[in-house]
Design a binder for this molecule. Structure first.
Ligand code: ZN
Length: 388
């Protein structure tokens, strides 16, 4: 007899800002059959709607979660949004899909997420005096305050509504993972420093060549919302017991073109390995398949930018370790008396691993050419650390 399935596939409809259109976003919710109070794991892909590897990874993860559910192995609830940004999916202009910035406002879909500690303190300034000596009570009070803040919001646009729907679900979760990709890159992770090295096993399961830490990268990125609520409140009220930050991270699965069945299936299996090793899935598991380097501060990463427009010819390959001053690329000049005859050299500004490069070879002033993860904080890397 087929086991009873408790998985729900839920669709949320969001009316568009313009007449006659609407978006749909759907998620799978896996719930263990045995009643109980389980941790909740949230996963999403495609917040930057033109970054597709995560969607295929979550497709394979859904298969694995369904199997675990059928065999009664779930030890946590899983909420999975394989394509979280239908607004970005619809952004086709002149045959080109553009899913990073909202066409309507120019906003990067992964920036300007709310600072929840600030939101609840503005909304309910009396919260601090209500904190007790009991951590669980404080957790409940703070989460209730966030829920009231959410209920007080009056989103107008489709993007505001979509964000609030996601916030409503993610705030209830104990693990929040956001799957992205870079342009052309090795696997890497963005995470707040307070969660490392505790979650080095996540990097090991993922095969993250570079794990970069920043508490506040200045952009209000999605993954920082959840742990920072607790980090900020711990800092503001050090004499009150406030829970540790939840695990949240941006998982960068290689580059734009790395949507590939075998590769992404293995990525899903490795994610499942991480969940199993952490006890969220009840099954025997070996150790992580990789031993990856420890985390580095994100302000030690150089984002190498083009100083002029031209054609980039790389001298390095992904994953290569370079020394400061080493030649990274030459840019063929397209302007001036030396046009098409001379090349302009680009050198590494720090020593480290080249973990991100461009796919298209025409560049212009200010465009990123490469990212080098070093271990020495760079003097010019302050304030907003993320690229646009
Ligand atoms: Zn992204």
């Amino acid at each position: 007899m087929e086991a009873k399935i408790t998985t729900k596939h839920i669709t949320i409809q969001i009316i568009a800002d313009t007449a006659g259109a609407a978006y749909k976003v759907s998620y799978y919710h896996f719930i263990p059959k045995r009643k109980g109070n389980y941790p909740k794991i949230f996963l999403q892909a495609g917040l930057h709607a033109d970054e597709q590897p995560g969607t295929l990874i979550l497709h394979y993860l859904l298969d694995l979660l369904e199997k675990a559910e059928k065999s009664g192995q779930l030890n946590a609830e899983f909420i999975v949004f394989p394509m979280v940004n239908p607004i970005g999916m619809a952004q086709i202009f002149n045959h080109h899909h553009s899913g990073r910035f909202d066409f309507s406002t120019g906003l990067n879909f992964n920036r300007n997420w709310p600072d929840l500690a600030e939101c609840i303190l503005n909304n309910e300034p009396e919260i601090p005096v209500k904190l007790t000596e009991n951590e669980q009570e404080n957790k409940n009070r703070i989460l209730s305050s966030v829920r009231r803040w959410i209920a007080d919001q009056a989103p107008i646009t489709a993007l505001e509504k979509l964000r609030l729907e996601i916030i409503k679900i993610a705030i209830e979760c104990d693990v929040v993972l956001d799957l992205h990709c870079d342009v052309n890159a090795t696997n890497h992770i963005y995470i707040v420093p307070q969660l490392m090295p505790e979650y080095q096993d996540l990097a090991n399961w993922m095969g993250s060549r570079v794990t970069l830490t920043a508490e506040n990268s200045g952009g209000g990125s999605f993954d920082e919302v959840w742990p920072r609520l607790w980090i900020d409140l711990q800092r503001l009220y050090p004499d009150k017991p406030i829970p540790s930050p939840v695990l949240s991270a941006t998982l960068e699965y290689r580059g734009l073109i790395d949507v590939e069945e075998k590769l992404n299936k293995k990525d899903a299996e490795n994610l499942m390995g991480f969940f199993t090793s952490r006890g969220f899935i009840n099954s025997k598991i070996g150790s992580a398949p990789f031993t990856m380097p420890p985390a580095l501060p994100f302000n030690a990463t150089q984002i190498v930018k083009a100083e002029l427009s031209g054609l980039v010819c790389y001298y390095v390959t992904l994953g290569q370790i370079v020394e400061e001053g080493e030649l990274l690329a030459n840019i063929l000049l397209l302007d001036g008396p030396s046009a098409f005859r001379k090349k302009f050299p680009v050198y590494a500004g720090t020593s480290g691993v080249v973990f991100s490069m461009m796919l298209r070879k025409y560049t212009w002033k200010g465009q990123p050419l490469a990212k080098i993860a070093g271990n020495k904080p760079l003097s010019n890397r302050k304030g907003v650390l993320l690229e646009a």
